[in-house]
Design a protein around this ligand. Structure first.
Ligand code: CA
Length: 249
């Protein structure tokens, strides 16, 4: 689990939520867990706060007055800002839309949620974006893909492709052991952390993020679905046997 920040190095979480009762509850629990917090109540103020304060994570409600959470996330990403975003969604928001490819959200929580869950997810996002335990110069290579673990870059056929922290960790986990099949539960545990196993949308979360990763890798996707089990990266030999590096229709 994430180490609580020291008082001198408290990581800042920007909470963007227009309902004061919800914002207060989230802030209370984040601060108890040792985070510094900042609350904004609309999208424009949120964008200004990200630029001014460079928070470690943004907890972003989708239903905001004016510019909504989805537009805020899109504005950040299109400006090249990859600050991790954890969406708060209403039950009737579609997950695909929420973590849609062009948005680059790192995770989402469906309302009503427990404030502890928010804290756990924030800690998990920070853990995922923390320094990799692998040797800093390691680069995973498969077919046309390069995954630079130290620089957290994905290079597809020589070109950099922007990945969210979550997408990067998912791809790196699969590429680290090509051919090994991971269940969705194993991927959840490895990438999102133990807490993710408790959430109902867990399997769906994995599927949606895998779909995003694949779309970004296309036409050099090297992930295969193992029906009824989970996902694996192709081995270099399998890629070669297929005679092409585009292996998924
Ligand atoms: Ca709202």
């Amino acid at each position: 689990m994430a180490v609580p920040p020291t008082p001198n190095d408290r990581r800042l979480v920007l909470v963007v939520e227009d309902e004061p009762a919800i914002a207060d509850l989230v802030v209370l629990h984040l601060e108890r867990a040792g985070f510094a917090t900042l609350v904004e109540r609309d999208g424009d103020a949120a964008l200004a706060a990200v630029a001014r304060h460079t928070p470690a994570v943004v907890v972003l409600d989708i239903g905001l007055p004016g510019r909504d959470g989805i537009e805020v996330c899109r504005a950040l990403r299109s400006a090249g800002d990859w600050t991790p975003v954890l969406f708060l969604t209403a039950r009737d928001d579609h997950v695909d839309r929420v973590v849609g490819l062009e948005l680059g959200a790192d995770d989402y929580i469906v309302k009503p949620f427990s404030p502890r869950e928010v804290v756990a997810r924030v800690q998990a996002v920070l853990r995922r974006t923390a320094a990799s335990p692998r040797p800093p110069d390691e680069v995973l290579r498969l077919g046309q893909l390069e995954c630079d673990l130290a620089g957290r870059r994905v290079i597809v056929a020589g070109a950099d492709v922007a990945f969210t922290a979550t997408e990067f960790d998912l791809l790196a986990h699969l590429l680290a052991t090509p051919g090994r099949v991971f269940t969705r539960a194993q991927l959840l545990r490895a990438v999102w952390g133990e807490d993710a196993l408790l959430t109902l949308a867990g399997d769906r979360t994995v599927d949606v993020h895998i779909a995003q990763v694949r779309a970004k890798l296309a036409p050099h996707d090297a992930i295969r679905t193992v029906r009824g089990v989970g996902y694996a990266a192709f081995t270099a030999r399998e890629l070669g046997a297929l005679g092409a590096d585009q292996v998924n229709p």
